[in-house]
Design a protein around this ligand. Structure first.
Ligand SMILES: Cc1cc2nc3c(=O)[nH]c(=O)nc-3n(C[C@H](O)[C@H](O)[C@H](O)COP(=O)(O)O)c2cc1C
Length: 166
């Protein structure tokens, strides 16, 4: 239970963080016979040697335990016209079975789900999972990086809303 002061601090943090414009991705994996995916704006490049990226995953998210189990995941960088996918994979309570059916996708070399029309994709193998408050920092080796077919505007999250960046 947070005190009113802690609530106020969290609100200020959220508002200020909202001014850090971030690209939007869908991270996805397969575990327990189901595809798991979620919208994430915390994907960050970490290292060039070796190739590493990270994503911060809420411990309550279904993807959290799934990615630990699978050990691999895909990252799809969304274009502005993929806003519907961003909304869908951030919808609490959406059914797990078939959640990828409404989005055109394919399997990468590691078998991970990747969105067909993404601006770029990465196929990753989990290297470390660091607990960090109500999230875990998932650090992963990038096994495959690929560019999408077109250079459409990017989907960007800024001040709590989506916009397009050309
Ligand atoms: C723009 C945006 C960015 C998000 N970024 C993250 C993120 O980086 N990590 C995370 O765990 N959840 C993030 N979320 C929230 C998850 O997408 C959302 O809670 C999702 O429903 C979790 O999947 P689940 O319902 O299968 O547990 C983000 C949501 C939005 C709208």
């Amino acid at each position: 239970m947070r005190t009113p002061e802690e609530e106020a601090a969290a609100g200020a943090f959220r508002l200020a963080m909202g001014r850090l414009a971030q690209g939007v991705c869908v991270v996805a994996t397969t575990a327990g016979g189901h595809d798991h995916a979620l919208t994430a704006n915390t994907v960050t490049s970490v290292s060039l040697d070796p190739l590493l990226l990270l994503v911060c995953v809420e411990t309550d998210a279904r993807f959290h335990d799934a990615v630990r189990e699978a050990g691999v995941f895909g990252v799809s960088v969304l274009a502005a016209d993929q806003r519907a996918a961003a909304d869908w994979f951030a919808t609490p309570g959406r059914p797990l079975p078939g959640q990828l059916d409404r989005v055109a996708h394919h399997r990468g070399d590691l078998g991970v789900p990747l969105l067909d029309d993404a601006l770029a994709t990465f196929e990753c193998a989990v290297r470390d999972i660091h607990p960090a408050g109500d999230h875990s920092i998932v650090v992963a080796e990038v096994r495959v990086s690929a560019l999408g077919r077109s250079t459409r505007p990017a989907l960007v999250h800024f001040r709590g809303a989506y916009s397009a960046l050309t």
